[in-house]
Design a protein. Structure first.
Length: 90
């Protein structure tokens, strides 16, 4: 909730390219479209901006990421209610 007070835009990470986020943040195209030659991390190691991809072994498949409201409510009813309210806003 705290981040919502500062956010300029919202997007679904599973539907948005990291390169597009870079461009929305108004970084130079030489960084956003880079193959890694111009993008450096704080450790000064050159890192390309890469598109996300699921591992070939499928260990992040949907069947492993399922949750139900009932399971969340059983863990923390107050948090579940806050989560439901947030889903209605989005």
């Amino acid at each position: 909730e705290h981040i919502e007070t500062f956010a300029d835009i919202r997007f679904k990470v599973e539907e948005t390219s990291p390169r597009d986020v870079c461009r929305l943040a108004q970084f130079e195209e030489r960084l956003c479209g880079s193959d890694g030659r111009y993008h450096t991390t704080s450790s000064k190691v050159i890192q390309p901006i890469v598109e996300p991809a699921a591992p070939a072994d499928g260990h992040t498949g949907v069947e492993h990421l399922q949750a139900t409201w009932e399971a969340i409510e059983a863990l923390d009813p107050a948090l579940a209610e806050k989560m439901k309210e947030m889903t209605r806003r989005y």
